[in-house]
Design a protein around this ligand. Structure first.
Ligand code: BG6
Length: 477
């Protein structure tokens, strides 16, 4: 069992969930800086300003900002060939509206990418991972306003220019299709002007949500087309959360409901970003939802010109869709669904389904026929130190092993898989709950939900296991 020789093994993180240093070196306030911590039962909230009595986990996070050399050295020790991270827009343009970029922010990422290169690690950079300047929420209601497109372009062109010799692989918006769901709306479209409360409950009408998403799709297409024109060495990718959904029963009504669900959740955005136009099935959905999108001929042209080179997704779980009443529902970070009686779930209720990954990769590849990278996957779990002071995370190894086996089977099915970057390769703040307790890493960080912890790093059992997986190109699992 072996993956292709140049398979990009690595790990993934996001600026707002691990950098900390939220107001250091000229950085502006971004949306996650106003998001509090929470738990599965006590929802993470957004506030309109920093409140004295609330805890904001992004402010320090795991302080990658001051630990990046140590962390990248550990990634290199595991043998990473790629490291997926994101740039925080507010380090480069603190409010998004400045004329000139913040040099100190540019220097920070330059140092990070140079440090990766020192070890032969290829950076894979997400331009927007669940953050935008909060000033743009106040002024424009986030992505609801098309003026944000030009500001995003300015930011992207600045970082393309600066890092053109350091970064080859770029992703535009993290989990862009999450914008279709209530939680994703806040995290990604940020249409939350004046709103305080649970991030999953921000009141956004379907009309505003899809207009905002349209603006993101246009912005993505514009920067992809620009990159292709100016930097032919770049490889531009999309990024989707793939929420595999099966019909719960063979009742044709369930099959149709699952198809509709998959169209809107899993295929709509990537169809636009890869095929270059709105898919026909969305017409009916928009009509049923009372959504009216005015898409000009010029915009249609933009979408056509800005299609991506490779497809990427996160994959954590699957669920079932049914029209039958009374079925138990699952918990998930972005979309729910009915429980699958054949699957077990994580402590956070995410149904574990490695076969679903193989199935999904086949579906994706048959549809698009372009290279695919799984840029997030992993098990969020509570890691407890054993008596010997170590973390024996066999449950994580088991999860990852089964998903790597499934990826391998997909490659045998003919899928062109170019890489794998498990999520949170070092422990970081959870996006859905704002917790540290939900850990994904190969590297444990001594940081806890009450804000305590000395930020020291320790290897879990999965560290050496993954190192060996990479060294044997996936043969030794
Ligand atoms: C993806 C996001 O949805 O899942 C990440 O791109 C996120 O930002 C990851 O952290 C895991 O989700 P959570 O809620 O467990 O952090």
């Amino acid at each position: 069992m072996a993956f292709r020789k140049d398979f990009l093994w690595g790990g993934a993180c996001a600026a707002n969930q691990f950098e900390g240093a939220w107001n250091v070196d000229g950085k502006g306030i971004s949306v996650p800086d106003l998001c509090t911590n929470g738990t599965k039962r006590n929802p993470k909230c957004i506030t309109t300003e920093i409140r004295e009595n609330r805890f904001y986990p992004s402010h320090e996070a795991i302080d990658f900002y001051h630990h990046y050399k140590e962390d990248i050295a550990l990634f290199a020790e595991m043998g990473f060939r790629v490291f997926r991270t994101s740039i925080n827009w507010t380090r480069i343009y603190p409010t998004g509206m400045e004329e000139e970029p913040n040099e100190k922010g540019l220097v920070f990422y330059e140092n990070v990418f140079k440090e990766c290169k020192k070890y032969g690690i290829e950076p894979l950079v997400t331009l927007s991972h669940y953050e935008m300047p909060y000033a743009l929420v106040e002024k424009y209601n986030g992505w609801a306003d098309r003026n944000v497109i030009a500001l995003f372009e300015k930011y992207c062109y600045t970082v393309f220019d600066r890092y053109q010799n350091l970064v080859k692989y770029w992703l535009t918006f993290n989990e862009i299709n999450g914008g279709v769901t209530p939680l994703g709306t806040t995290l990604s479209l940020s249409t939350v002007r004046g709103y305080e409360g649970p991030v999953a409950d921000a009141p956004v009408s379907p009309q505003v949500r899809f207009e905002a998403l349209h603006h993101q799709l246009l912005a993505s297409a514009k920067v992809v087309a620009y990159a292709h024109e100016h930097y032919p060495q770049f490889q531009m990718g999309d990024m989707n959360v793939f929420l595999t959904a099966y019909p719960l029963t063979c009742d044709p009504e369930d099959v149709l409901a699952a198809q509709k669900h998959n169209h809107v959740i899993n295929w709509f955005c990537s169809d636009v970003q890869i095929r270059g136009e709105y898919p026909s099935y969305m017409k009916r959905y928009f009509k049923e939802q009372g959504i009216c999108l005015e898409i000009s001929e010029e915009e249609k042209e933009i979408l056509k010109r800005g299609t991506v080179d490779f497809y990427t997704c996160s994959y954590y779980m699957s669920s079932c869709i049914t029209t039958h009443e009374g079925e138990a529902t699952v918990e998930g970070n972005l979309a729910g669904g009915a429980k699958n009686p054949y699957l077990q779930a994580s402590d956070w209720g995410w149904q574990i389904d490695p076969d679903g990954l193989r199935y999904s990769l086949n579906e994706i590849y048959e549809r698009y026929r372009i290279p695919i990278m799984v840029v997030e996957n992993g098990l969020g779990a509570r890691d407890e130190k054993a008596e010997d002071g170590q973390i024996h995370d066999s449950y994580r190894i088991d999860y990852l092993r089964r998903h790597i086996e499934a990826m391998y089977e997909a490659t045998e099915d003919g899928v062109d898989l170019m890489g794998y970057t498990p999520w949170g390769c070092i422990d970081l703040v959870s996006a859905s709950t704002g917790e540290m307790a939900k850990r994904y890493g190969f590297i444990y960080v001594n940081k806890f939900d009450d804000g305590t912890g000395d930020l020291s790093r320790e290897k879990k059992d999965s560290f050496d296991w993954y190192k060996n997986v990479i060294a044997t190109n996936g043969q030794c699992l």
